[in-house]
Design a protein around this ligand. Structure first.
Ligand SMILES: NC(=O)c1ccc[n+]([C@@H]2O[C@H](COP(=O)([O-])OP(=O)(O)OC[C@H]3O[C@@H](n4cnc5c(N)ncnc54)[C@H](O)[C@@H]3O)[C@@H](O)[C@H]2O)c1
Ligand SMILES: O=C(O)C(=O)C[C@]1(C(=O)O)C=C[C@@H](O)C=C1
Length: 323
């Protein structure tokens, strides 16, 4: 499959009530009611598309929070009852949990239930589906909303998280066009723009624009914190000469490291699942960093300025394209 094979949104913006009525979900099951699962639930609620939302979770405290905040209507007691009469099952768990969850839901899925997911990597999720949802592939629509935050849990859920953002679907050959259409319409109802892509291409692209930046932010934060003793890193204000580096970190550092506040569990799973593409990105990045280091050693002002100018222009063009 080529990069973006089909701009599914053209002429397909959600119309008024008539079409909306077609895609109303009687029962939506969210497995993993965190930032993404909770935001999907809230967005569909806001669009009046989900009549009843059942949540399946791991942390009791988070599930009670989700219920209290109105993200879900019910904490499912067990999977068979949760999946009974379900129209849509949305998996929003760390990608490393996907196989196990699919194995657990598979025996209880009804023939018409559509399963979709939000995992940040797609080749591993599809491999898990081929193993554990083999009987259900026509109703499986792998997906990835390219929108998020560094916060986790139901308390961070936000009905507008996906508004104006990209969602990539990586359907299988077996995925039915009806299932694809239904999931597309749901994401559009959340305000997202939907694209189709092959899973290998998805994982390659996201390795460069999402996974590498997260590794860099985590590594930078780690590097700074391990290079100094804790008391030197962030000395109390009352020391006469506070010289801990973080005391003087400014907005640039804050911007660069925001994503190092993200869930370690989630990023462990993403990095391991996409380790091949990510390793290639790390290698290429290391070569560029080494080049920049050489420019410094050579005091090559012209080369350095060229690198920075090129980077600034690329960023400017990208920002122009999204605003
Ligand atoms: N955070 C982002 O920016 C972002 C963006 C797009 C996609 N994603 C993907 O979406 C998925 C969810 O991410 P999130 O940010 O919502 O994480 P999150 O930590 O906010 O939510 C995940 C929830 O899943 C629950 N959970 C974990 N294992 C479970 C299990 N075995 N059974 C039931 N519940 C379980 C956790 O208790 C948690 O509440 C991940 O696959 C992630 O890669 C994340
Ligand atoms: O904004 C953030 O905090 C994010 O990390 C969101 C972000 C990303 O842009 O890399 C993170 C992982 C997802 O798979 C998709 C989106």
């Amino acid at each position: 499959m080529s990069h973006v094979t089909w701009d599914i949104n053209r002429g397909m913006n959600l119309p008024k009530d008539a079409k909306v009525a077609n895609i109303v979900i009687n029962k939506l099951v969210i497995v993993g009611v965190g930032l993404i699962g909770g935001s999907f639930a809230l967005a569909l609620r806001k669009a009046h598309l989900a009549k009843h939302i059942a949540g399946v979770g791991r942390s009791r405290q988070n599930m009670h929070r989700a219920l209290k905040l109105g993200v879900i209507d019910e904490i499912a007691g067990d999977l068979p009852s949760a999946l009974k009469d379900a129209d849509i099952v949305f998996l929003a768990i760390p990608v490393g949990q996907t196989g196990e969850i699919m194995a657990q839901i598979s025996p209880h899925l009804e023939p018409g239930t559509i399963v979709t997911d939000a995992g940040s990597t797609k080749r591993d999720v599809i491999a898990a589906a081929r193993t554990h949802l083999a009987e259900h592939l026509e109703n499986f629509v792998p997906g990835h909303p390219v929108a998020g935050a560094e916060q986790s849990g139901a308390g961070a859920a936000n009905a507008d998280l996906f508004r104006g953002k990209n969602v990539v679907l990586t359907p299988l050959e077996e995925t039915s066009s009806e299932a694809k259409k239904r999931v597309t319409e749901l994401w559009q109802a959340c305000g997202a723009r939907v694209s189709l892509m092959g899973a290998p291409q998805h994982d390659k692209v996201l390795a460069s624009v999402s996974h590498l930046p997260h590794v860099l932010a985590f590594t930078l934060m780690n590097h700074i914190s391990t290079e100094h003793r804790p008391e030197d890193l962030l000395p109390p204000d009352n020391l006469p000469l506070p010289n801990g580096p973080l005391r003087f970190a400014g907005t640039g550092f804050r911007d660069f490291t925001r994503i190092a506040g993200s869930s370690p569990e989630m990023w462990r799973d993403i990095c391991l699942a996409n380790r091949e593409a990510l390793s290639r990105q790390i290698d290429a990045f290391q070569r560029e960093l080494a080049d920049v280091r050489e420019m410094l050693v050579r005091e090559d002002a012209e080369a350095l300025e060229k690198v920075f100018a090129n980077a600034r222009e690329a960023r400017r063009q990208w920002l122009k394209s999204i605003t």
